[in-house]
Structure formats: C-alpha cells, structure tokens
Design a protein around this ligand. Structure first.
Ligand SMILES: NC(=O)c1ccc[n+]([C@@H]2O[C@H](COP(=O)([O-])OP(=O)(O)OC[C@H]3O[C@@H](n4cnc5c(N)ncnc54)[C@H](OP(=O)(O)O)[C@@H]3O)[C@@H](O)[C@H]2O)c1
Length: 282
C-alpha cells in the first residue's frame, strides 16, 4: 500500500520510549505516514522537534503518574487511535545473586505499569469502538534469555495479556497487536543494567560460573550489534497495522523470527532449552 495509507485509519498515535531505538523508528514511520504523534521519554530534550510531533515527559516507574500523563495527552489529542507501548530496558545478572528489588522494579515498571497504560488506552478505544493497541513484547516470550529473568517474565506477561485482550476485543472495532522483535541494533544493550552480585557469590568464587555469564553477555552483544536496523521493525509494524486485524507479529532476522518459532513447534520444551543453551554458549 502507498505511503500515507495509515493516516486514513489512524489520525493520532502515542508511542512510549520514542527518543531512540525501536520507539523512535515507530514514531518516524508514523509521522512519514501523516499520523499526528505524541512521543514519550523521561526527558523531552531527547525527543525530536518535528511538525505533528508532540513531546511528552513520562517516567514509567510511577504507574499512577504515567497514567495521569497518558490521559492528559489523550485529552489533548482528542483520543488516541493507536497506542504503542514500547518503553523498556534490560537487566543482566544472575537471578539469585542480584538484589531482589532490581527484579521487582523491572517487573513493576515494564509489566504492571505498561499493563496500566494498556488498560487506560483500551478504555478510550472501546468507548469509540475503534483503535489499535500495540505492545512491544519480544521473542524472549518464547525463547527466554539467560541471565535476564525478569525481562523474560515481563515479555511473557505482556504477551499473555495481549492474548487475553485479543479474545476480549473481538467484534469491538479495536485490534490488539502483540509485537515480538528478535535482536535489533538499538541503544538497548548500552542501557542494560548490570548490578553487582550481592551476598555469598558463586560468580565471585567459581570461575566456571563467571565464564558462563561472560559468554552469554558476549553472545548478547554480538547478536544485538549484528541485528537489523530499527527501520526494519517499523516496516513490520506498518504492515501489521495495514492488515487491520489482531495478531502476533514476529519480526527480525529470518533465523530468529521465522525458522526458530517453526522448529520450536515441532520439538519438545527440553530440546528447545538445550538448543537455546547452545545458542548462548552456556
Ligand atoms: N532492541 C531489541 O533487540 C529488542 C528486542 C525485543 C524487544 N525489544 C523491546 O523494544 C522496546 C524498545 O527497546 P529498544 O531496543 O528500542 O531500546 P532503547 O534504544 O534503549 O530505547 C528504550 C526507550 O525506552 C525508554 N525508557 C527506558 N526506560 C524508561 C523508563 N523508566 N520510563 C520511561 N521510558 C523509558 C527510553 O527513553 P529515555 O531513556 O529517553 O527516557 C527509550 O526511548 C523495549 O520494550 C524492548 O524490550 C527490543
């Protein structure tokens, strides 16, 4: 379909985490399509200055404050036809040897508070009987990443929520897109938190354990650095929005987004785990 086709369906959109990476590419794609975009970041100075782009300061750590800011933006927009829940970050470390508050914060911020924005967005869309709610989950919902336990919980949780919402919104005029990227070349790796181990640490006393963790970290960096550019994900999202129906979208390099999910359906969970361990050098 020709450029601009999206603006016939979506007049206004909100994208969280629009300052960089995938969110920035989604916002640019929507602007190029003629959609009016509200984009968030913790500091608006990191957001672009553009015609039809409205910068919004939003910190996702405080769910109630984030919902209030979302509702104010929705009022200013006259309602959002499209909401893309994209903001997020990574934490890398051994689950047991990282202070639990770190995992708790990531789950609250990225799962609970994102679900809260989905809740607010969906109420507005259902009242108008139209709109698209997109959540940026991850292929980690199907293929968990070693040493990123809470991230896997968050993405599986978001995908489960999206599946529920797909069932609930049938026949309402609202669509739900569960968007699962593989590794993309963004700032994500650079902003991943690596908290120091706490307490009695196996990582500090057992070189084999430390070497395992280091191998996974190197594989993670390599995979992200060699992934497609964010503009590729934005094109996948554009195509999904033009299809105009609820569904799961896997996107990324062929091996991760097409071949692995296909083979995983044929094999057992334990085989999948063994292959995943090999893939990350465990
Ligand atoms: N890149 C990948 O390979 C990949 C793969 C699968 C899924 N994803 C998912 O895609 C989404 C975007 O990732 P990305 O790769 O584009 O990462 P990125 O380049 O690091 O961008 C992350 C965005 O989230 C915002 N953000 C981070 N922490 C925030 C907070 N506490 N409150 C509000 N906003 C916050 C950042 O805004 P500021 O820092 O400017 O505030 C930034 O705009 C994430 O949900 C990620 O899990 C990425």
């Amino acid at each position: 379909m020709s450029p601009g086709a999206l603006s016939a369906r979506y007049r206004t959109a909100l994208v969280t985490g629009a300052s960089t990476g995938l969110g920035r590419a989604f916002a640019e794609m929507l602007l190029a399509e003629g959609v009016e975009v509200w984009g968030t970041a913790r500091e608006t100075a990191r957001l672009p200055v553009r015609d039809k782009f409205h910068p919004v300061a939003l910190e996702l750590a405080d769910g109630a404050a984030a919902e209030k800011i979302f509702l104010e933006a929705a009022r200013a927009a006259g309602g959002f036809d499209l909401v893309v829940n994209n903001a997020g970050y990574g934490v890398f470390g051994s689950f047991a040897e990282t202070d639990f508050s770190v995992w708790q914060k990531q789950i609250e911020l990225m799962l609970v508070n994102t679900a809260r924005l989905s809740h607010a967005a969906l109420r507005g869309m259902l009242a108008r009987r139209r709109g698209a709610l997109v959540s940026i989950s991850s292929l980690a919902a199907e293929f968990p990443l070693p040493y990123q336990a809470a991230y896997n919980v968050v993405k599986s949780g978001l995908s489960a929520l999206n599946e529920s919402l797909m069932l609930e919104t049938e026949g309402t005029g609202v669509i739900i897109i569960d968007f699962r990227p593989g590794d993309y070349r963004t700032d994500f790796e650079g902003s991943v938190q690596r908290p120091a181990p706490v307490g009695e640490s196996l990582l500090a006393t057992d070189p084999a354990q430390k070497a395992r963790l280091d191998r996974v970290w190197s594989a993670f960096g390599r995979l992200m650095a060699s992934g497609p550019a964010p503009v590729h994900a934005a094109e996948s999202l554009r195509r999904a929005l033009l299809r105009g129906r609820s569904g799961t979208v896997r996107t990324g390099r062929f091996f991760q987004a097409v071949l692995s999910p296909l083979l995983a359906r044929l094999g057992s969970l334990s085989l999948r785990r063994r292959i995943l361990a090999k893939y990350f050098g465990l």
